[in-house]
Design a protein. Structure first.
Lengths: 639, 262
């Protein structure tokens, strides 16, 4: 397997423009002779499907939800970054690029990140044109706020529902194309297999989640925009249905999986209350604009009511450790700091796994009504879940799995190692390195879908004969359908005693313990022995009631968990092999005296991309070296 | 708030598929923590059913943080249950008392056929949006975002309308099974913004034409929709939509004659 990044030549700020000119075009009259499949309908999928259809391609879009509007991009709260510099505070495309590369702890590809920063401004223009109601100032111009890892205000937002509004913008653009007949939408369909013919991606196998029917769907190019795999941890801020199945099954057909161990643990989530917990809820990073994070200085004060602890007995540890970024230190650093104070016995709440996020100062300074205007929906969400009023009592928060920077390997054109298979948004690995900055996920999803894939997929299609989409009669398509059917029969036929959720919860415990916020060699090796045992038990003792020819949510869940039980092993292997700490990947063996991540640029300044070599075999680890020509490799400092 | 343990009786609607007549089944939900969400309580019941070799209760849910609009059931006769401005997934068991009997049904409307148990087909909403619930702004055609100042009050009102999550509780609550709150939220959001003006009158006509084709009832101002909306979408959007619809009846011209103004 060869990893050709296909980065265009030339200066970083000229690469994308040059590449856009160099890429081949498809004649407008020929575009309708190509069929494009988009899997996933979140920001990346919906924007790509709509944009490709606007260009004239025939598009089919698949999602597991009952409507494309429900994809989990909808839950992004805080905002979307762009280098508009509307606030005259020194922002620029280069600064957004610089912040993103540095924020990712120098493990992302420079050229991709620069392009992301370049198109960020177009995203804001596009969304405003669609009617996205971004927050505005009284003069009618767009408002911004600050997010972690940046010292400029470049985050555009729509209250605490930015993801919802951006997704609805993309969804409405997609719905318009559905109405025009250029996109055929398949909701409640889940991808089961990738169909590869002569080494080229030519279709997918899907299951209709209402009837259970399994069919092959063929196309000239396949775009996976299926999100991240953080639900491998069981408890995460992802929607319950989010899964790694599409990406994993593409991996098993030859797509390299890059940096699987790069997981983002978000510092501000509502803490776990008990074993019944089914998911975790994020409290937006935007809250850190005005909220102050603290724990008691003394362990003995942890059980006291927070109001009874005087200022002098509080430790505002982020402000203390990182005075220049303070509460807006990047996510990986803030999460680790929270873990350290809790490990130190100074965590709050009944479990001791929590820190305070306190708005008392902001309420005094701005007044409750201004705080309500900025964060009202988040405060209400917190109250619904915890039964506590954050206007009166500080919020309690704790880190939780939130995003995966790793994903299928793609080149500069967003194409995977399987020609014809493109990967967009969180599902790919390309832009965030080892840690993603806040408000950059929305930016990347929409950049890929609106402004990158429509060009690069066109370039690919220009090399294929029009009207040459293969038929479902090919043996590759039939084999893939058979494989999908067989897997479902196998799952239904086990007839054991344990439920899918029980396996998932067990897997999550292993992953959080050994491959979570801090990792070490002994723990990862332990996980690598526990996971295969759990997987073996899954295939012997799983119980799924019902049949495959109807709505069967246990079956859907079991299919996804079966993939998590394999993917988790690759994550641990990748974490074990990456003998350094960087961003969200914190190996305890590699830390500074102050407990910060210690990179090893001599040996690990690269992307690790894994190649599947058959079930039960150790996958091959390939390396794409990273070159930093514009942002010089340096120790990240937010002090 | 301190945790308590509840023992509950559930009356749950079970229906195998769209053809099945359906019936209520009774289940016990024991050792339920008040810290659980309503869906987590149902998770406990479902795990128990699987262990007994029975089929778990099918229900739509996804984000479990009140924003995706996937979940929705009628709890004790009220869509999304007893708490105002709260989706089913955000409803927590501290809203119930030990010994309560809770009745759980799907959203019922002719336009929302039951797929299985508590899962319904809301694809009619998709077709309403596809009929006109958008601003035509193909990718790449936009001007600079700040070239079009929008008064903050307009942007805020548009955001109030845009908060709709498309869950369908408004339809389930309406004695007529009308979808006017859903439809008007989109008409109102886009009509309040300058970008939405060129298509304003065709949009409302096209969306209402689709609404009529989908077997939703008409709006007769019961206002039950507003009472159950988890996102506080207000009746005033229906009023604004009615004004647009009325205007479009008088002023609407086929597109080719309307370029020079109304």
């Amino acid at each position: 397997m060869e990893l050709k990044s296909n980065i265009p030549d030339g200066q970083i700020d000229k690469k994308w423009d040059k590449h856009k000119f160099d890429m081949r075009l498809v004649n407008p009259a020929n575009k309708r002779k190509y069929k494009v499949i988009v899997v996933g309908s979140g920001l990346a999928g919906a924007s790509a499907a709509a944009s490709m259809a606007e260009l004239g391609y025939r598009v089919e879009c698949f999602c597991y939800q009952d409507s494309p509007r429900r994809a989990h991009s909808i839950a992004a709260q805080g905002g979307v970054n762009a280098a508009k510099n509307y606030h005259n505070d020194g922002d620029s495309i280069f600064r957004l690029f610089y912040d993103t590369v540095k924020g990712g702890d120098f493990r992302a590809r420079e050229a991709n990140v620069y392009r992301l920063a370049q198109v960020s401004n177009d995203i804001i223009d596009q969304c405003v044109a669609q009617g996205v109601p971004f927050a505005r100032e009284y003069g009618g111009l767009l408002d911004n706020r600050s997010f972690g890892g940046a010292q400029v205000s470049r985050t555009f937002y729509a209250r605490g529902q930015t993801g919802q509004q951006l997704l609805l913008g993309a969804y409405q653009a997609l719905a318009r194309q559905v109405g025009l007949g250029t996109v055929k939408m398949y909701p409640r369909h889940e991808m089961q297999e990738l169909i590869v013919i002569d080494g080229v991606a030519k279709g997918i196998v899907v299951r209709d989640m209402v009837t259970g029917e399994i069919t092959a769907q063929m196309a000239d190019a396949i775009l996976l925009a299926t999100g991240g795999y953080g639900n491998v941890m069981y408890l995460a801020t992802y929607a319950k249905g989010c899964n790694g199945t599409a990406a994993w099954r593409a991996y098993k057909k030859g797509a390299a999986f890059a940096n699987p161990c790069f997981t983002q643990i978000h510092p501000t989530c509502i803490p776990v209350t008990g074993d019944h917990q089914s998911k975790l809820t994020l409290m937006s990073e935007s809250l850190r604009n005005d909220g102050r994070i603290w724990v008691p200085l003394q362990k003995d004060d942890c059980k006291k009511a927070p109001g009874d602890i005087p200022e002098s007995d509080r430790d505002y540890y982020l402000e203390r450790k990182y005075p220049s970024f303070g509460n807006l230190a990047p996510r990986d650093i803030s999460s680790r700091a929270a873990k350290q104070v809790c490990d130190d016995g100074r965590g709050v709440g009944s479990t001791g796994l929590g820190v305070y996020l306190d708005f008392a100062d902001a309420i005094n300074r701005l007044g409750a009504s201004k705080v309500d205007e900025k964060y009202g929906n988040l405060f209400e969400m917190y109250e619904r879940i915890t039964g506590e009023d954050p206007y009166k009592v500080p919020m309690r928060i704790f880190p939780a799995t939130h995003y995966t920077m790793g994903g299928l390997w793609v080149d500069y054109n967003l194409m995977s190692t399987i020609p014809g298979l493109f990967v967009l948004g969180e599902a790919n690995f390309s832009d965030h390195g080892a840690n993603r900055l806040g408000a950059s996920a929305l930016m990347q999803g929409l950049a890929d879908g609106y402004f990158v894939a429509p060009y690069t997929v066109g370039n690919y299609l220009a090399g294929i004969k029009p009207n040459s989409t293969p038929s479902t009669d090919t043996h590759e398509a039939k084999d893939a359908v058979r494989t999908a059917n067989d897997r479902i029969s196998q799952l239904l036929g086990i007839n054991g005693k344990e439920t899918p959720t029980e396996f998932h919860r067990n897997l999550g415990k292993i992953m959080w313990e050994y491959c979570g916020m801090a990792r070490n060699e002994a723990g990862l090796k332990k996980a690598l022995s526990l996971i295969p045992e759990l997987r073996a038990r899954f295939w012997e003792n799983l119980r799924i009631p019902g049949t495959g020819s109807e709505v069967n949510q246990s079956l859907e869940m079991a299919g996804r968990i079966s993939d998590f039980l394999e993917l988790s092993e690759l994550m641990c292997l990748d974490a074990l092999e990456r003998r350094e700490s960087c961003g969200g990947h914190f190996r305890e063996e590699w830390q500074t005296d102050e407990g910060e991540a210690q990179r090893d640029d001599t040996n690990f300044c690269h992307v690790a991309a894994w190649e599947f070599t058959g079930l039960g075999n150790r996958p091959n680890r390939h390396v794409e070296p990273l070159h930093f020509e514009n942002v010089h490799l340096a120790t990240r400092s937010y002090k | 708030m301190s945790e308590q343990i509840l023992n509950l009786t559930l009356q749950v609607w079970r229906q195998k598929d769209a053809q099945d007549k359906g019936r209520f089944e009774t289940y016990q939900a024991n050792n339920i923590s008040t810290e659980m969400s309503f869906l987590e309580m149902l998770d406990v019941v479902n795990e128990d059913l699987i262990h007994k070799g029975l089929e778990p209760i099918t229900m739509d849910h996804d984000c479990r943080e009140g924003i995706c609009g996937t979940c929705g059931m009628v709890i004790n006769g009220r869509p999304h249950g007893p708490r105002e401005r709260t989706t089913t997934c955000q409803l927590h068991m501290r809203s119930f008392k030990d010994g309560d009997t809770i009745t759980i049904e799907p959203f019922r409307a002719r336009a929302f056929p039951v797929i299985k148990d508590l899962m319904v087909d809301r694809s009619a909403f998709e077709r309403i949006i596809a009929a006109g619930g958008y601003i035509s702004a193909p990718t790449g055609s936009a001007q600079d975002a700040n070239a079009l100042p929008i008064p903050k009050t307009c942007a805020d009102l548009a955001m109030d309308a845009a908060a709709c999550i498309g869950c369908g509780a408004c339809v389930a609550a309406c004695p007529n099974a009308s979808a006017m709150l859903f439809l008007s939220a989109k008409v109102s959001q886009l009509g309040l913004l300058p970008q939405g003006q060129p298509e304003r009158l065709t949009r409302v006509r096209d969306m209402i034409a689709q609404l009529d084709a989908e077997h939703f009832g008409t709006c007769t101002n019961f206002a039950e929709c507003e009472a159950v909306c988890p996102k506080s979408v207000k009746l005033e959007h229906i009023a604004r939509m009615n004004r647009d619809f009325f205007k479009s009846g008088i002023l609407h011209r086929p597109p080719h004659t309307s370029a020079g103004g109304v």
